[in-house]
Ligand binder design. Structure first.
Ligand code: ZN
Length: 237
């Protein structure tokens, strides 16, 4: 068992709502936290720009957190878009495919991300890796499932001869509960920060600020985010 009070975690941090909540979760538990983001030719490079604003915002929320945030890494993996025909990497409309998955699905994306994260973690002497994968309120991506993550955890630990621990604090939370977790960790200051500066919209839109944040309001990611925010507000006292 890792003693989270003395160890460092590496958080997969895209700048979206889920990964921002994971970053706060890790800052609350670990002695030091590093982040890793990936550039793979996605249409919404704006998500990556959100990262700096979210990190600065979290530093301002709790001095304790400010002292814990370490290096921020960005890895370029353009190969992922070269082999993917998806709505996230090409200029096509979002629709459902014959396999029942939306065409926003980038095959194997989380497997690739977690493998690169583990390779970087290995180099940096880190064994705790945190990701926002979730199979509760999700688009059915098979690489977000708990079984997938557990299997990959085993494969990475075996393949690198390291005792990795993949943490997925959002796995069993719906989007309303994810807002609730952010509220628990950093109160309104954190939910406001995430609302304003995290980016989830598949179309990369940041025109109008809705009560749930920026986005087109129509793509599946915006719909999930808006629904979660409304449910969170309805139950919050
Ligand atoms: Zn959208």
């Amino acid at each position: 068992m890792t003693d989270t009070h003395t160890s460092t975690a590496l958080v997969l941090f895209s700048g979206g709502q889920d990964s921002a909540t994971c970053l706060a979760w890790a800052l609350d538990r670990f002695a030091r936290v590093e982040t890793i983001g990936f550039a793979y030719g996605q249409r919404h490079a704006v998500e990556l720009d959100s990262r700096a604003k979210l990190v600065d915002g979290m530093k301002a929320i709790k001095p304790d957190w400010a002292g814990k945030i370490g290096d921020s890494h960005t890895l370029d993996i353009p190969t992922l878009s070269a082999i993917s025909e998806t709505a996230l990497t090409r200029d096509v409309a979002i629709e459902m495919g014959e396999d029942g998955l939306p065409n926003t699905f980038v095959p194997g994306r989380n497997l690739v991300f977690l493998t690169f994260a583990a390779a970087l973690a290995y180099r940096r002497g880190i064994t705790d890796i945190v990701g926002g994968m979730c199979e509760t309120d999700y688009s059915g991506y098979p690489d977000c499932r708990d079984d997938t993550i557990k299997a990959l955890n085993g494969a990475l630990s075996l393949g690198m001869a390291k005792d990795f621990k993949l943490h997925t604090p959002l796995m069993w939370l719906d989007k309303a509960a994810t807002w609730g977790l952010a509220d628990q960790l950093g109160g309104e200051a954190l939910t406001d920060l995430i609302r304003e500066h995290s980016h989830t919209c598949y179309l990369g839109e940041r025109g109008a600020l809705h009560d749930w944040g920026y986005g087109c309001g129509k793509c599946p990611a915006c719909e999930l985010r808006a629904k979660g925010w409304q449910e969170f507000k309805a139950t919050a006292v």
